[in-house]
Design a protein around this ligand. Sequence first.
Ligand code: PLP
Length: 344
Amino acid sequence: MDGRAWQQQYRGPQFLIDRGRIRDAVARISAAAAGIEIFYPLKTNPHPEVLATVVESGCGVAISHVAEAELLRDFPASVNVGVFAPCLDPELLEHDRVRNARYMTVNSMADTDRVGESAFEGEVLIRRHDARGQGKFGCADAEAMAVCLRTKELRVGGLHVHAGTNIESAQQWRQAIAAAGAGSSLTIRNYGGGLPAQSRLDELGLALSAYLEDLAPDAILEPGRYIVDDALFCLSRILAVDDDRVFLDVGSNALPPLASSRYTVQRMIRRTGEIVESSSTGPSYALFDRGCMDITYLPRLMCAIPPETGDLVVFGRCGAYTYSLWSDFGAGRPDVTAHERLFF
Ligand SMILES: Cc1ncc(COP(=O)(O)O)c(C=O)c1O
């Protein structure tokens, strides 16, 4: 579709899924760390088209609660499931996609007891605090939990570590996962997520391989942002321009403020259909939404040609933790459509 066609079909804020970019991201990780298993964390973006594309690309799916398990109903039983929840409640353990999961993380002795009483037959991973004994979830004494699990005749697959999110230093990521395994006889299997989007790695001059070079060949990764952030775009229309202020028809209901998000302004599609690249120099415009909701965390619109009412602004890096956090406040939820390849 050219710029004119995007203008003609525009009816209101839209999210566009680029299925090709999802497939490319999975292929890049698989090439950088051959043999690893990838589990896509469903919470990062549970849109059915995203999920279908991720599964077609050969990834398993990481889930944490019953609502996520339900989203897998329409997918074949052969899809690998990892249950990497912060706690295991009985309803979750009874769900058929959970009973038949390949991996399950336990965080506490209570989880260990519950999984021991359940019908789960896969491998159990122990979520461990980091080397300083700190962590949002998990336990300090993984060895004690391993003994307890083995007493219950469960298979202990190793440790589960989530180093953090959007870690913009390969060294910091590698240090975090190494520290979490230090001093334990259990070899780590699941290294969690935390990789930035590829476009962000490119901006920082970092190679994906620098993150993944030390991984054991049978490792598990849960890259959410890396797989999906670059694969969604948001299309929004300019409602008014006032000096250096541009008012948009999209707000924080669709582009929520996330501490670790780095939305980009990719381009403008002018009313005429002409496509204008954003530039790094020249005049810049602050973005506002029509409802006085704060979107000042969005980057400024920078382009040599002054924006006008009716032009479309294309935002990039919109895939991770947006759709799952949308609200109806101030505006309806945007439409979402999936495409094989977008030129944005
Ligand atoms: C256990 C776990 N795995 C994976 C992820 C995904 O992280 P990211 O999107 O940074 O790759 C998260 C995010 O919070 C998480 O808590």
